[in-house]
Design a binder for this molecule. Structure first.
Ligand code: NAG
Ligand code: NAG
Ligand code: NAG
Length: 374
């Protein structure tokens, strides 16, 4: 409405030629200033980093553990104790390192099966690096943004790269049909039969590890990367091809040291003492994106039988690594694994391997700008 009014005003001089020059000049000046502001605003808006509050909570704030009560109450943690949730009381649950029957282990992938699978993708593609993206079934926009940006890079520095998405169950037959159509079109979806929820991210990650171990053992490296990430594939490849990068028992990313377990029941990251008795987590890598040599998935799946599951996916992988005796490595240049870059600057994005974005559209806009020839 304001806009229209303004236009009428700027047309004023034509319809009333006898108006005084001062007024005309003033209106012209005003129009000019307005246009200038509009151009500046629009060009900046399209690239402005505006990380959503939820993303901030999940990724950045968590990385510093400024944990404020989360609005939604934590979910019933007993589900991680055993699949026969109701029968077994928490006190009967074996402690951290005793061998648990896999059937009583809710996060062990042997309790799940694939509904959609790409079993031959790796033998056809022979990838050096596989990017595995956990994503909710309904997040088509996130998948499409990735497909048109870093997920569409099939070869980086001469090495084959493959990107696949991992989803849980859809919410109904109609959503399932849509997902299957998407799968036929893109051949990049893997679906497993657990309820897809934030709380079940540990299950999702272990299913990713299982897929890598059983469907893609020939790859040299893999990365678990969230769907709201920018990935600097050139920089990642340079890291992996560097002569000092180990080819086995190697995992790197944004290191988390000495993180206290959240015992505030109102927090999204609450973990009960039954599930994880120690006050601090072992060193782990922030879940937004961690890279590992592809011998690790099989080892992690195997060792996870001995590590009680809990709902913090990245810390759980850390617990499995500790059990394996594999220490997470600090990246050669730790500033390349960023959680948050702030206001968009092309130079920053040219340097990093990971950073969290605010929306799928932002990924598309930033990718276009980063890739433009200079
Ligand atoms: C959690 O679930 C278990 C088993 O389903 C139930 O016995 C228990 O009362 C629940 N606890 C809460 C706090 O809802
Ligand atoms: C992926 O890149 C190719 C060119 O390398 C292009 O033709 C294709 O349209 C891209 N796909 C998407 C989904 O953007
Ligand atoms: C996954 O999460 C939901 C709620 O967040 C829960 O009801 C369900 O039992 C969980 N586990 C599996 C294996 O789907």
């Amino acid at each position: 409405k304001h806009w229209k009014g303004f236009r009428d005003l700027s047309l004023g001089p034509d319809t009333a030629p006898h108006r005084c020059h001062i007024k005309k000049g003033f209106i012209l000046l005003l129009t000019f200033a307005f246009l200038l502001t509009a151009v500046a605003y629009l060009s900046e808006l399209s690239l402005k980093i505006a990380v959503l509050p939820d993303t901030l909570y999940e990724k950045v704030i968590r990385s510093y553990y400024v944990v404020i009560g989360y609005p939604s109450p934590s979910e019933n943690q007993t589900i991680f104790l055993a699949p026969n949730r109701v029968q077994q009381s928490p006190t009967q649950v074996p402690t951290q390192t005793t061998d648990i029957s896999v059937h009583h282990h809710v996060a062990h992938p042997s309790n799940y099966h694939f509904i959609l699978d790409e079993p031959d993708k790796c033998s056809q593609w022979d990838p050096f690096l596989v990017l595995m993206v956990p994503v909710a079934p309904q997040q088509v926009d996130a998948r499409n943004a990735i497909r048109s940006t870093w997920g569409n890079e099939s070869s980086v520095q001469g090495k084959a790269v493959l990107t696949l998405f991992l989803v849980g169950l859809t919410r109904g037959p109609e959503a399932q049909q849509q997902l299957e159509e998407e799968s036929r079109q893109h051949r990049d979806l893997v679906q497993s039969n657990f309820v897809d929820s934030y709380f079940n991210l540990t299950i999702k990650t272990m299913v990713i590890m299982d897929w890598l171990a059983t469907r893609c053992p020939q790859a040299s490296y893999a990365m678990k990367v969230d769907s709201d990430m920018y990935i600097g594939l050139e920089n990642l490849m340079s890291l992996l091809l560097a002569p000092n990068t180990p080819r086995q028992n190697y995992i790197t990313g944004y290191l988390m040291w000495n993180r206290p377990v959240v015992r505030n029941k109102n927090s999204k990251w609450y973990v009960s003492e039954e599930l994880y008795p120690e006050p601090k987590y072992p060193t782990y890598l922030l879940g937004m994106g961690y890279v590992f040599s592809n011998d690790l998935p099989e080892k992690i799946v195997e060792t996870s039988k001995k590590v009680n599951a809990f709902n913090i996916e990245d810390a759980y992988v850390g617990a499995c690594l500790k059990q394996l005796g594999v220490a997470p490595s600090s990246p050669p240049n730790p500033s390349q694994f960023r959680a948050y870059l702030g206001r968009y600057k092309r130079e920053d994005f040219l340097r990093v391997i990971t950073t969290i974005l605010g929306s799928p559209q932002q990924l598309i806009d930033i990718w276009k700008d980063v890739k433009r020839p200079t």
